[in-house]
Design a protein around this ligand. Sequence first.
Ligand code: COA
Ligand code: ZN
Length: 298
Amino acid sequence: MAERVIIKEVAARDGLQAQPKHLTVEQRIALLGALAETGVPELEIGSFVSPKAVPQMSGTDEIAANLPLAHLTYSALVPNMKGYELAVMAGIRSHAIALAATEEMNQNNIRKSLEDTFVMGEEILDRAAAEGIDIHAYLAVAFECPYEGAVEESLVLEQVDRLMQHRPARLMIADTIGAANPAVVHSMMNKLVDRYGPERLGCHFHDTRAMGLANVYAALQAGVRQFDASAGGLGGCPFAPGAKGNVATEDVVMLCESIGYDTGLNMPKLLEAVALLSEMIGAPQGGRAHTWLSKQSA
Ligand code: COA
Ligand code: ZN
């Protein structure tokens, strides 16, 4: 049997949060319905953040109350303890928390210092462990920061060590602005997989410099088996100037399946979800292989 690669679909959060066009709650529910149909095992539904900071994500509580019944894990991003509590109240039991590796990125994203962000992250992790909530802890700008430039690998390894002591369900290494390359990805993920094993690690890549898929491949070679991806490559980050979309789910599925891994995703269904997304956003979306993939499943 083919080895499994787990994809978490993040278009409805990382993708939509960066769009100038704000979708309605009804549209977001319809989109999540289409994404659930693809067979993806994990689906991020939105975030419990300040509506002033990210208006695109307001109404995530209403969305949580109207999710399609599907055999998959729904998750949401929470920026602080208030968001954690709101997500739990809404019935979400898998949360993403984002801690940036640099001082400036934390200040810009959640208006906290690096140390305060880590202390808050540790409090959320400890509480979640006691309450049976899974946390995926994201180390954002783990390769390069839009404000501070290149991030030292040794710093990231220390930060991962610190967070792992609080037992996140998964530790995600995030190239928030899409500045990593396969060599640095392989170097870092190889060390982390050696130290922690692949079960608790994952990668989140953006495709700003067209190295998204190459970075996925480098991480696969290092033993990583869990990736975030966004249908149609939708994305960007409102707090990271210049960041482009996530690596496209259809490209990641194509890569993984072409080299013998199983993702469980249905490509025609995924392309249908991308078509719906394009219609809602009012602009064509699609990964690098979109034209070719569309012809294959026509
Ligand atoms: N959900 C909803 N509202 C929240 C909230 C949350 N998780 N956390 C704080 N708030 C509200 C407060 O209740 C307060 O409301 P009020 O003005 O009506 O009294 C207001 O937001 C300000 O609260 P404060 O604690 O001072 O926060 P802040 O203004 O320093 O903003 C964050 C901090 C974290 C809430 C805000 O920057 C944020 O939501 N950032 C999201 C970042 C993000 O999603 N980034 C993208 C992905 S990495
Ligand atoms: Zn991202």
